[in-house]
Design a protein around this ligand. Structure first.
Ligand code: ADP
Ligand code: MG
Length: 348
C-alpha cells in the first residue's frame, strides 16, 4: 500500500467559503487514518481532492511518492465509499459487487471468482442472489464496502460510511472494517464526525476545524493531551479551567490551587473526569478538595457525578467496582494526581 502526502492544500468555493486552509499531511502506508471534525470543517472536500473528484486551488497531492495532483480519478488506484451507498436497486447483490470489475473490463469468470471470494470474506455469500431493496441498512453498507474492496484499490477512502447505521450495527462494522484493513494491509482514509468512532478504529487521527488541522496524533495523544481547547472540547472534555496565575508547578484556577507534575505552558487546565479520585479513593497529599454531589447518573459500568467545588462545577466518572454510591447533596473528598493534569492552549 502507498503513503499519501498533501502539501499546502487550499480550496475555496467562493471568497468567504474556505473549505481547506493550508493542509499539510502525510498518511503512512498501510495506516488506518481518520479525518475527524465537525460538519462543514472540510472533511469531504479533502477526501474528494484525494480521490481526484475535485481539484485544489493550491497544493500538491502525492500517492506512493507520485505527484497525482493532475491525475484523473480512475488512474489513481483509489476507491471511495460514500455515506449514501449508491447501490443499484435493480441489480442483485452479486452484480452490484461486480460492477466496478465489469467497468475495468475484467473477464466474466475472473469477475465471478473474485466477487464470490469477497462475499465469503465479508460474510455476504448467502445474500448474493438477493435484490438490494430486500436488505437492511447494515447489509447494504457491507455490499458497498465489498464493491469497493473487490477492485483491490491500494487506497480506500471512506466518507462517513457508518453514520446512517444504528449504534449496535455500527459498533459491529467498526470492528469488521478495522479487521479488513489489517488483513488486506490497505491504506484507509476514514472520515467521521464521531470522536468515539475515530478513537476506536484509527492508528492516527487528524482533527480538522475551519479547514485546518488542529491536531495530528494517535487516539491516545489526542484524547489525553489535546493540542488546543477546540480539540479538547471536540473530544468531549468539559473540565477546562482558566489559569489565573502560575508559580512553577503551582497553578491558580477557579477550582483552587493545583499542583501539576510538569511545567506546562497552556492557557487552561484540563482535568479528565476519570482521573478524579472520589470518596475513600481520594488521596490527601495532592490536589485534595471537598466537593458536593449535585447530580449523579448511574451508567452501569461507571457512575457519572456532577460535583460542585466552591463556585465551580466539575464532572467526575467513577468506575463501578463496588464502591458505595454517593447521594445528591453529599459532601465527598476528591483528589487529582498531579501527573493526570494537563494544560491546553486556547484554540480556534
Ligand atoms: P464536511 O465534510 O467536513 O462536513 P465539506 O468538505 O463538505 O465539510 O465542506 C466544507 C465547506 O465547504 C463547508 O462550508 C461547505 O458548505 C463548503 N462546500 C463544500 N462543497 C461545496 C460546493 N460544492 N459549493 C460550495 N460550497 C461547498
Ligand atoms: Mg462531509
Amino acid at each position: 500500500a502507498p503513503s499519501i502526502t498533501l502539501e499546502g492544500l487550499e480550496k475555496s468555493f467562493s471568497r468567504d467559503v474556505i473549505a481547506l486552509d493550508g493542509v499539510d499531511l502525510t498518511i503512512r502506508a498501510g495506516e488506518f487514518f481518520t479525518l475527524l471534525g465537525p460538519s462543514g470543517c472540510g472533511k469531504t472536500t479533502l477526501l474528494r481532492i484525494l480521490a481526484g473528484l475535485d481539484t485544489a486551488n493550491k497544493g500538491v497531492v502525492r500517492i506512493g511518492g507520485h505527484d497525482v495532483t493532475e491525475v484523473p480519478p480512475h488512474k489513481r488506484s483509489v476507491n471511495t465509499v460514500f455515506q449514501s451507498y449508491a447501490l443499484f436497486p435493480h441489480l442483485n447483490v452479486e452484480d452490484n459487487i461486480a460492477f466496478g470489475l465489469k467497468m475495468q473490463g475484467v473477464e466474466k469468470d475472473d469477475r465471478q471468482r473474485r466477487v464470490r471470494e469477497m462475499a465469503e470474506f465479508i460474510k455476504l455469500t448467502p445474500l448474493l442472489g438477493r435484490r438490494i431493496d430486500q436488505l437492511s441498512g447494515g447489509q447494504r453498507q457491507r455490499i458497498a464496502l465489498a464493491r469497493a474492496l473487490v477492485c483491490e484499490p491500494n487506497v480506500l477512502l471512506l466518507d462517513e460510511p457508518l453514520s446512517a447505521l444504528d449504534a449496535g450495527l455500527r459498533g459491529q462494522l467498526q470492528v469488521e472494517l478495522q479487521r479488513i484493513q489489517r488483513r488486506l494491509g490497505m491504506t484507509f482514509v476514514f472520515v467521521t464526525h464521531d470522536q468515539q468512532e475515530a478513537m476506536v478504529m484509527s492508528d492516527r487521527i487528524a482533527v480538522l476545524n475551519n479547514g485546518k488541522i488542529q491536531h495530528l496524533g494517535t487516539p491516545r495523544e489526542i484524547f489525553e493531551r489535546p493540542a488546543n481547547t477546540f480539540v479538547a472540547r471536540f473530544m468531549g472534555h468539559d473540565n477546562l479551567f482558566d489559569i489565573t496565575s502560575r508559580e512553577g508547578d503551582l497553578l491558580d484556577t477557579p477550582l483552587g490551587r493545583l499542583t501539576v507534575d510538569t511545567r506546562t505552558h497552556g492557557d487552561k487546565v484540563l482535568i479528565r473526569p476519570e482521573t478524579i479520585e472520589l470518596g475513600e479513593d481520594a488521596e490527601t497529599d495532592a490536589n485534595y478538595f471537598t466537593a458536593v454531589v449535585r447530580e449523579s447518573f448511574y451508567r452501569g459500568s461507571y457512575i457519572e457525578y456532577r460535583l460542585d467545588v466552591g463556585e465551580v462545577s466539575l464532572r467526575a466518572l467513577s468506575s463501578n467496582q463496588g464502591q458505595k454510591l454517593h447521594k445528591n447533596g453529599e459532601r465527598v473528598p476528591i483528589s487529582i494526581c498531579p501527573e493526570d493534569i494537563v494544560t491546553v492552549t486556547d484554540g480556534e
